[in-house]
Design a protein around this ligand. Structure first.
Ligand code: ZN
Length: 216
């Protein structure tokens, strides 16, 4: 666990912490008001994230509505993550990196086969499938992701995947605006600069907001 993972957060406010090893995945429940901190432990590591209304899995992250309603394809502090039904699912409360992606989707068996001629490689879509199967959500119902720390600049030449700008210890804080089921894939991609060609661990910390601690 990174030493400064919980910087500024008193221990009584920590709901849980979790390390996602390189190429790994996880799914977890967050309640409205809780904040999820995703920490890039060594730097240059992408976290693909999807989320669902805990009580209505058909209302789930829509990167399209997120870009439409935020008015930008960039994601950073103050912006909301919107659902397929245009509900606010999450809000970005803090962001020490500032470079994330909503355009590039998630790596998959199919895209790895088409782009690199390889089969059976670890990929984010398969990670989501494994993480969400215990929650009764099949792969076909998993939306495309917010890609935390992914660097996909848009230029006149088009889209390209570049190495992340995230440094060791960079983090993003995502507040749950309703009860959520969240899944994170620690992106296993090694065949392009997405993760600096070296997948590494991520740390997660879910904590209670200030107001809860103050009134407790
Ligand atoms: Zn990936």
């Amino acid at each position: 666990m990174t030493e400064d993972l919980a910087a500024g957060i008193t221990p009584d406010r920590v709901a849980f912490t979790k390390r996602i090893e390189a190429r790994g995945h996880t799914a977890f429940v967050m309640y409205a008001g809780q904040v999820c901190r995703i920490v890039d432990v060594e730097g240059k590591q992408v976290a693909d994230l999807v989320c669902f209304d805990l009580h209505d899995h058909t209302d789930k992250l829509s990167v399209n509505n997120t870009m439409l309603l935020n008015g930008t394809h960039l994601a950073t502090t103050g912006q909301h993550l919107y659902s397929t039904k245009a509900s606010v699912l999450m809000t970005i409360e803090r962001d020490t990196c500032g470079v994330h992606d909503l355009l590039a989707g998630s790596c998959s068996e199919g895209t790895n086969r088409l782009r690199y001629g390889v089969r059976g490689t670890p990929n984010c879509r398969s990670n989501f499938e494994a993480a969400l199967a215990p929650h009764g959500i099949p792969l076909a119902e998993v939306p495309y992701s917010l890609n935390v720390f992914m660097n996909v600049p848009v230029t006149e030449q088009g889209l390209s995947i570049q190495e992340p700008t995230s440094k060791p210890g960079d983090y993003i804080d995502l507040r749950a605006d309703r009860d959520l089921l969240v899944a994170v894939s620690n992106c296993p991609q090694e065949r392009n600069p997405c993760n600096g060609f070296r997948p590494t661990a991520l740390d997660l910390l879910v904590y209670e907001p200030d107001s809860v601690a103050e009134t407790a």
